[in-house]
Design a protein around this ligand. Structure first.
Ligand code: 5GP
Ligand code: ZN
Length: 115
């Protein structure tokens, strides 16, 4: 199911074109439009899931695929020195687009703790 008002659903369906770094039946990876690192890829489920907080046991398949797809994209994009995966959830988590996504960030050292 997709939400016709959701920007990431429009990207998933192709209504908004993006460079598709990785795609399978469940997930899509594409560049973040405002990159926060030399490599900044977003990985999304093709179905509309508003956030990580909205997932449960029924979503184990797509959640697992997001993680393994992120490893594939990290390898494909040469992040052999390491990378960071982030999912922001809800207002205090800093989520601004209400469609679940993983940020894959790499190409520079990452600080800790995050802001
Ligand atoms: P959040 O703040 O929800 O964790 O992350 C949303 C991310 O989506 C941000 O890093 C922002 O730059 C990115 N973003 C927002 N709108 C678009 C868009 O239309 N296209 C792309 N490629 N990235 C977007
Ligand atoms: Zn959506």
């Amino acid at each position: 199911m997709t939400d016709p008002t959701c920007i990431f659903c429009k990207i998933a369906t192709g209504a908004i074109p993006v460079e598709r770094f990785y795609e399978d039946d469940l997930v899509l990876a594409f560049p973040d439009q405002t990159p926060k690192a030399p490599t900044h890829v977003l990985l999304i489920p093709k179905q509309h899931i508003p956030s990580h907080a909205h997932t449960g046991v029924a979503d184990e398949g797509v959640l697992g695929r997001l993680m393994t797809a992120a490893a594939t994209v990290a390898r494909d994009r040469g992040l052999s020195e390491g990378y960071r995966l982030v999912t922001n959830s809800g207002e205090q988590g800093g989520q601004t687009v209400s469609h679940l996504h993983l940020h894959l960030l790499g190409g520079r050292p990452m600080g800790w703790p995050p802001g």
